[in-house]
Design a protein around this ligand. Structure first.
Ligand code: PMP
Length: 447
């Protein structure tokens, strides 16, 4: 596809037609991408950028098998979920094989937000309770019901004050959270402090007569700053909450489909026996084609039906979206991409740690597989976030043709979650540029 408008004209028209709140990356000089392939994207001038952040193009931008399968299915039939078709069944079978046996009921949706919203409906129907428990700095989507839970958003948006039915627990972030690994280096001890914190929030809410239906948690917290929790946190809090009848949801929208390198779903990296009540997935599922899902247990869906609910979603589970999902799973298997995420992720973390050892600006390098965060700080002792420096690095990386994003509550964490076909050469390119920029910035700071 060629450019239809010049970049300047596109910007001018976008300002007129597209609401200002739908922000662009690099808004001072946004990128106009016209083509993409594998781990690279190309602008209208033909410049080639290494994509370190697009976890939607999971198996690589415009993967030929996925695009060919979508094209073929689009030409064959595109109906809705009210007709029998093999594709939603084949996809459900493949997905459920990767999950605990009890999780075998699949609702197809068009977005992660819809999947999380639907889970809340099911949980409320089943428990008869209304309230929701979430981590601090969480993000679970843009619908009214889920943006209310997303303190990542409402902290900065005056219109979205926390609601009475939303109970927020401290994120078990041992680097920057409430309990840090500088004071209590034993991870298990830190974990227990965070578990206690959650129990206190639940007990306090219940003491005020509030009744909690569901706990939502990302398996690794992404927008909150690429956080990996202490190893036993999920097991302990699920045990506590499920014994109280509070249902547990893992949001795998950012983290699923083998990104962790060792397990298909990130929650499985903590404990092989964990069995949440809901798993929500999206983003990577169609490699760019809009498809998402809620996977849950039969007693919950039967209860929903018994209460008279009929679920219909016009586009959810259509044959084309499901074909995209099947193709993605096939590519992950055929190209061994989970193993690639493990091997390349380990290599990248090692290289980033080497860089981190050279510059005090790098406070922490953490991650699993190709889900990695580099936290930038001003002061080793206080861990004061290096907000301006992070911004500078972000822009300088772009000058070197590397697309990166910043996240975390202070926007001081370099967020790395590329397509899982990322190669060691891609890592070398990224690290060479990052090293160069950190050297430049450190020299400037020493002037
Ligand atoms: N959950 C998480 C963890 C997300 O990161 C997102 C999107 N960034 C969503 C849910 C919502 O997904 P969608 O944008 O597809 O509605």
């Amino acid at each position: 596809f060629k450019e239809f408008y010049s970049k300047e004209k596109t910007i001018e028209l976008r300002q007129h037609y597209i609401p200002i709140c739908t922000q662009l990356f690099y808004h001072d000089n946004p990128l106009k991408i016209v083509r993409a392939s594998g781990t690279y994207m190309y602008d209208q001038l033909g410049n080639k950028y290494l994509d370190c952040i697009n976890n939607v193009a999971h198996v690589g931008h415009c993967h030929p098998h996925v695009t060919q399968q979508v094209h073929k299915q689009t030409g064959a039939c595109e109906t809705n979920n009210r007709y029998l078709h093999d594709n939603p069944i084949i996809l459900a079978e493949k997905l459920c094989k990767t999950l605990p046996e009890d999780l075998h009921q699949v609702f197809y949706t068009n977005s992660g937000s819809e999947a999380n919203d639907l889970a809340m409906r099911l949980a409320r129907e089943y428990t008869g309770n209304y309230d929701v428990l979430v981590l601090d700095n969480a993000y679970h989507g843009h619908l009214t019901s889920v943006v209310e839970l997303s303190s990542y958003k409402f902290k900065n948006e005056k219109i979205n004050k926390p609601k009475e039915h939303v109970h927020i627990v401290s994120t078990p972030d041992v680097y920057r959270g409430k309990y840090r690994n500088d004071e209590h280096t034993d991870e298990e001890k830190l974990c227990d402090l965070y578990v206690k914190d959650l129990m206190n929030v639940v007990e306090d809410a219940e003491g005020r007569g509030r009744k909690i239906a569901i706990f939502l948690i990302e398996s690794f917290q992404s927008c909150g700053g690429q956080i990996i929790y202490p190893q036993t946190y999920l097991k302990k809090v699920f045990k506590y909450l499920q014994s109280k009848g509070i249902l547990c949801l893992v949001d795998e929208v950012q983290t699923g489909f083998g990104r962790s390198g060792t397990h298909f779903w990130a929650f499985q990296t903590y404990d092989g026996d964990l069995c949440p009540d809901f798993v929500t997935i999206g983003k990577s599922m169609g490699n760019g084609h809009p498809v998402a899902a809620l996977i849950t247990k039969k007693f919950l869906t039967e209860n929903f039906y018994k209460n008279g609910v009929e679920y219909f979603n016009t586009f959810g589970g259509n044959p084309v979206s499901c074909r995209a999902g099947i193709a993605v799973l096939d590519v992950i298997g055929k190209e061994n991409l989970m193993e690639n995420a493990r091997e390349v992720g380990e290599y990248l973390i090692m290289k980033l740690k080497e860089i981190g050892n050279t510059y005090t600006l790098v406070g922490d390098v953490r991650g699993r597989g190709l889900f990695i965060g580099v936290e930038l700080i001003k002061n080793v002792k206080t861990r004061e976030p290096a907000i301006d420096e992070a911004k500078q690095i972000h822009y300088k990386l772009l000058e070197h043709f590397v697309i990166m994003s910043l996240d975390g509550p202070d926007h001081n964490v370099l967020k790395i979650k590329p397509p899982v076909c990322f190669s060691k050469d891609d890592c070398d390119f990224l690290c060479e540029k990052l090293n160069l920029i950190l050297k430049e910035i450190s020299l400037e700071e020493n002037k």
